[in-house]
Design a protein around this ligand. Structure first.
Ligand code: SF4
Ligand code: SF4
Length: 361
């Protein structure tokens, strides 16, 4: 595995927060999530097993409408020529839809969230993210993408182990985002009435959609209350939010986030340490996995959860994994190779990372 800095995997602001929070700056390069030639859009020959899951090449994994925290909207607006014209147009279009614009940032609508939960992910072009650049297949706001987008690697090099690590990074960054969204709202003086309004409308997804909501219409009185003294100056509010956060040292963010952020930081540190370990446990047993495809002797198996990694093994090797139930891991490895199957130490680690073999206590 090639080790790189967080900055080569995450937007610069997020990389800085993560490395300062846990005092580490090395992470494996995610070589399997090959976004330019999307690893999830590769067509595969038909076998007699279950179909391998693939995404629509017109969307890849950018098949949802991401919320953008107020300060990230501001950083993007403040970037000037740093944003391509097509990317700026998409941002302007989202800012031009009051139903999805709040002092918290550009948000997904209730309807958008409902559709996301009820459509198979990565399949529908209709759900393509507005920031996706069709011509290049790239993200138009790559440097300003949110915690969810930044930490999604469909096939982490450490498979399920990697997915758990990146989920911990995501949850930590979401806690940072929540802290900073609120900090901007309070420090930029939105006013009591506006804060109360925001707290009451950021609720769940229950209740029927009204006709006006379906048509994307906003209640202008509620919108005015929500924006308080900044109503009509929304872009300026976002721009100032971006500047405020860009100037904020990590020590201040940590203080503002309090115990809520500290819990996420500790969880991230533990996840980092587990992710960094490359030793195979002394005792293993067979875990859960999905057989995706069988083509002759070759079996393609996938992680049971939570990553989308796959690995090809022979049917005989898959059967031989039974040896791990009967003896310590290293003895089982020797025994399997002695019996004529080829199981290298690297492949064994891959099987462990995917959960095909799991620690036995
Ligand atoms: S992370 Fe997304 S774009 Fe990149 S390879 Fe995976 S599915 Fe494709
Ligand atoms: S913001 Fe960028 S990374 Fe996120 S879904 Fe949209 S195009 Fe993809």
């Amino acid at each position: 595995m090639i080790q790189v800095s967080f900055e080569s995997q995450l937007p610069r602001h997020a990389a800085k927060w993560v490395s300062e929070a846990i005092g580490r700056d090395r992470v494996p390069l995610e070589t399997e999530s090959t976004c330019n030639a999307c690893a999830m859009c590769v067509s595969t020959p038909k076998g007699d097993g279950r179909a391998l899951r693939v995404f629509n090449p017109a969307t890849k994994c950018c098949a949802f409408i991401p919320s953008l925290p107020n300060f990230l909207v501001g950083m993007a607006l403040n970037s000037g020529a740093g944003l391509a014209s097509e990317a700026r147009r998409a941002l302007d279009e989202r800012l031009g839809r009051p139903i999805a614009v709040s002092p918290a940032g550009i948000i997904n609508t209730r309807l958008g969230a409902w559709v996301y939960e009820n459509v198979e992910f990565g399949t529908s072009q209709a759900l393509r993210c507005p920031h996706y650049l069709e011509a290049s297949g790239q993200c138009g706001i790559h440097r300003y993408r949110n915690a969810i987008c930044s930490t999604y690697f469909c096939k982490p090099v450490r498979a399920s182990n990697g997915r758990i690590f990146w989920d911990a990074v995501r949850d930590f960054l979401i806690a940072v985002e929540d802290t900073l969204i609120k900090t901007c709202i309070v420090r930029l003086g939105l006013g009591d009435a506006a804060v109360h309004r925001i707290c009451s409308v950021r609720g769940g997804r229950d209740g029927k959609f009204s006709g006006a909501e379906m048509d994307g219409e906003v209640d202008h009185e509620q919108y005015r209350q929500m924006w308080g003294v900044w109503c009509g100056r929304e872009r300026e509010f976002f721009s100032k939010s971006g500047t405020l956060v860009e100037q904020m040292p990590w020590s201040e963010i940590e203080r503002l986030g309090g115990m809520h952020l500290e819990v996420r930081r500790i969880a991230l540190l533990y996840a980092y340490q587990r992710h960094d370990e490359v030793t195979v446990p002394t005792h293993l047993r067979r875990g859960r996995y999905n057989v995706l495809q069988v083509a002759g002797e070759c079996v393609t198996i996938g992680s049971h959860a939570p990553s989308l990694n796959t690995i090809e093994v022979t049917a005989a090797l898959l059967e031989s994994l039974e040896a791990f139930e009967k003896m310590p891991a290293m003895e089982a490895l020797v025994s399997i190779n002695r019996d004529g199957e080829r199981l290298s130490a690297d492949k064994l680690l891959q099987l462990v990372d995917m959960g095909v073999l799991t620690p036995s206590v």
